[in-house]
Design a protein around this ligand. Structure first.
Ligand SMILES: Cc1nc2ccc(C(=O)N[C@]34C[C@H]5C[C@H](C[C@H](C5)C3)C4)cc2n2c(-c3ccccc3Cl)nnc12
Ligand SMILES: [Mg+2]
Ligand SMILES: [Zn+2]
Length: 344
């Protein structure tokens, strides 16, 4: 199967060289989901190159190519939590670093930038389309491994990422010094664990204080809070794209949530409302999610980086479409058309 990976790697890294159809790849409004699926690994390579990581950290291209393909293979075919999600999350990390000049203005170091991009790529590896509460409630193998520490899925994503780094010919950090190596693994751990939304809610207060008190570049706690904030921004970045993208994302997410709800019902436990296709109103849930989580988060980002303000404006637009959709849904739901097709 190494042979299969090798041939696939040569193939999937040639064809985006001549793909000049993609423009605005480095702009906030660009949707990474519009990149042809077979070109995605090549665009990941391009992002590492453009951010200077390949030269700065002496990463062998063949090693990086193999690493990217192993990460891609590590994702399952879940409706939402799949390789395309990982690619889009990593792309937003690239957009933040390029458009906010994070490394040039030393908000983060180049090593933190490298860890940031790799963490986004790996942050949901081997996701099964079910969330942390499902693992614990149904006593899955992952729960038996990690439930005492919490963040069950995120600990699994981290463990899978470490496995890939320890696979022959995949260690992209092999040229780092021993202190750089231990720092990058520490960053990977903090970044991936911070994608558990429960932990985000815990840190949101501290992030708010950090922003209003004024970000201190050489304060290690501020650096950690900032990277955690960036990780959640990337994980939720579909909300910053135009309506078509956020609608499609909602369809995939609720496809996954409702399947989990069906599974929980078949196991005799009652699912949460947002997982229950009989009870959930997607527009209402989306308005809540944007109001309680997405907007406050990106407002914090825009407070620190005014160049991020257009993202907040787009999120507000999408929220208003969901608000309007609420009435449409209620009207139609009388005659049973609960599906998303009625939304333009
Ligand atoms: C559009 C959209 N809607 C979403 C609606 C709801 C939730 C969600 O997990 N809610 C919570 C609500 C409370 C407190 C915690 C723990 C649980 C109880 C479950 C979070 C996530 C949503 N989400 C994500 C996303 C981001 C990170 C991980 C997984 C996912 Cl799915 N990415 N996009 C979306
Ligand atoms: Mg996750
Ligand atoms: Zn994710």
């Amino acid at each position: 199967h190494m042979k299969q990976v090798e041939t696939e790697s040569v193939q999937s890294f040639l064809n985006c060289r001549d793909d000049h159809s993609i423009k605005d790849f480095d702009k906030f409004h660009f949707s990474p989901r519009s990149v042809p699926y077979k070109h995605m690994p090549c665009y990941v390579l391009k992002m590492f190159g453009e951010l200077g990581f390949i030269n700065t950290w002496r990463i062998k291209t063949t090693t990086l190519a193999r690493f990217i393909l192993f990460v891609k293979k590590g994702y399952r075919d879940a409706p939402y939590h799949n390789w395309v999600h990982a690619f889009s999350v990593a792309h937003f990390a690239y957009l933040l670093m390029v458009n906010l000049n994070l490394i040039k203005n030393d908000y983060i170091t180049s090593l933190q930038g490298l860890a940031f991009l790799v963490s986004c790529l790996c942050h949901d590896i081997d996701h099964r389309g079910t969330n942390n509460s499902f693992q614990t409630k149904c006593g899955t193998v992952l729960a038996s491994l990690y439930s005492s520490e919490g963040s069950v899925m995120e600990r699994h994503h981290l463990a899978q990422s470490m496995c890939i780094l320890n696979t022959d010919g995949c260690n992209i950090f092999e040229s780092l010094s021993s202190e750089e190596y231990s720092e990058v693994l520490d960053l990977l751990r903090n970044n991936i664990l911070s994608t558990d939304l429960t932990s985000h809610f815990r840190m949101a207060e501290q992030q708010r204080e950090m922003i209003s008190a004024g970000f201190k570049k050489n304060d290690p706690t501020h650096r950690k809070l900032l990277l955690a904030m960036f990780m959640t921004c990337c994980d939720l970045s579909d909300q910053t794209k135009d309506w078509r993208v956020t609608k499609k994302t909602a369809e995939q997410i609720y496809d996954e949530f409702f399947s989990q709800g069906d599974l929980e019902k078949s196991m005799g436990t009652a699912p949460a409302e947002m997982m229950d296709r009989e009870r959930a109103s997607i527009p209402d849930l989306q308005v809540q999610f944007i109001t309680n989580l997405v907007l406050p988060l990106f407002k914090n980002l825009a407070d620190l980086f005014p160049a991020a303000q257009p993202l907040v404006d787009t999120i507000i637009n999408n929220k208003n479409v969901w608000k309007h959709a609420r009435h449409l849904f209620q009207e139609y739901s009388q005659n049973g058309t609960k599906s998303m097709e009625i939304l333009l």
